[in-house]
Design a protein around this ligand. Sequence first.
Ligand SMILES: Nc1ncnc2c1ncn2[C@@H]1O[C@H](COP(=O)(O)OP(=O)(O)OP(=O)(O)O)[C@@H](O)[C@H]1O
Ligand SMILES: [Mg+2]
Length: 465
Amino acid sequence: MVERILIVEDDTTIRVTVGEVLAKQGYEVDQAGDGREALALFGARNYDLVLLDLRLPDMHGLEIMKAMRESDEQALVVVMTAYPEVRTAIETVKAGAYDYLNKPFELDDLKELVRRALETLRLRREVERLRVSAAHAAPLEGMIGASPAFLAMVEVTRRIAAAQRVPVLIRGESGTGKERIAQAIHNLSPRAAGPWITLNCSALAEGLLESEMFGHERGAFTDAKATKLGLLELADGGTLFLDEIGDLALSLQPKLLRALETQTFRRVGGQKEIKVDVRFVAATNRDLDAMVKTGRFREDLYYRLNVGSIDAPPLRERREDVLPLARYFLGDAAKVMGMNYPAMDDAANGLLENYPWPGNVRELRNVMERALILSGGASILPVHLPKEIAASAAPDRAAASAQDSALLSLDEVEKRHIRRVLEACQGNKSAAAKRLGITRLTLRTKIAEYGWSEFLDKAESAAER
Ligand SMILES: Nc1ncnc2c1ncn2[C@@H]1O[C@H](COP(=O)(O)OP(=O)(O)OP(=O)(O)O)[C@@H](O)[C@H]1O
Ligand SMILES: [Mg+2]
């Protein structure tokens, strides 16, 4: 792109000289001899930079600059001024000019200042472009989300993925999608064609974990009947995902650090240095900072892992994503179970959006799968949601039912009352029957009649079919 510069200067010699010098530099140059002409040009075309003399026959340069910046607050202006006006030049910089040149000036200084100003402009535009593209970034494959917090995380993930040797630490509460992010890092990296190996650091006892990670030589310990390759070797050329890294035993941490730093290691019981090319991605829902302070996690390993760091935001900090995720999980589950895709009732939607989701996305997925089963494929209603979620709007529901209970049939009143008692007793049928003054068997018959499968035990509802 050729940058366009407007020169505003009443001294013809200066104006023409400066114009020629800049044109020779490859810029497109327009010239104006007074303020009126300058503003007319400025209004008609886009300029990347304006070189502005302060003393003009019809207007003061400061006025012109203010008018320009009013119509385009990004307008880049360099002020040219003779000695007595230096104070005003400083004023103009305060008012938003990029810089000023004292006349007479060296043409080289002019060229340098113009180059620098335009460089600033390019950087500004770059930042703006990144900001906009981050906002429109496609989510990671198969991951749902369009909230600012989610998209910002996606953008960071993409960038880190591209730097294929940088170790990554993904932090976030349970169920926020850390494992999905780790996988996306692999898939988006130049290593995508290489192996993707995962190791859960909390699943195995220390010794087993060590031989799982590094492998062992034959005879390294009693059970080592044959040489075994470690996951590090299997991950060669690809990515090793260390899940729950916060649970890694302190004794293994220096060994992992060494592998991270040198890309070499030894099998348990082995002498040979084995060289690999592995990218390490780790995840944790623990507070590693705190663990470092209390000596439960090595600081050097922490810093080494945390070169590329990604924070997976909790669901409550991206509520806009709750309903799209809910619909996604509902559709998924309906497909798997061969059921119709159910509608979601407004009240249920409201409850989902307001709930704090301590178990994050995983909890939402479980809730939707359960709701689908309870609804039998009809609309998802508040009663199909777990109590802790339904309870968050209990006052509204009570008010609504008080309003419309006036004209109900006796049967309907009985049905609603039984439901309320059941809910109050948290589904405990013996307790509910006692409250209602009926036998447990009668209550069970009623429940079956109303089709409230959520209040039948698994065994009972199986027997029912
Ligand atoms: N943005 C998303 N879109 C679709 N599904 C998601 C999204 N985020 C997470 N999930 C799903 O939520 C569940 C939990 O995700 P994941 O296992 O990656 O969480 P985690 O942060 O590793 O949890 P933990 O700390 O408990 O191990 C998975 O079934 C995952 O597929
Ligand atoms: Mg996980």
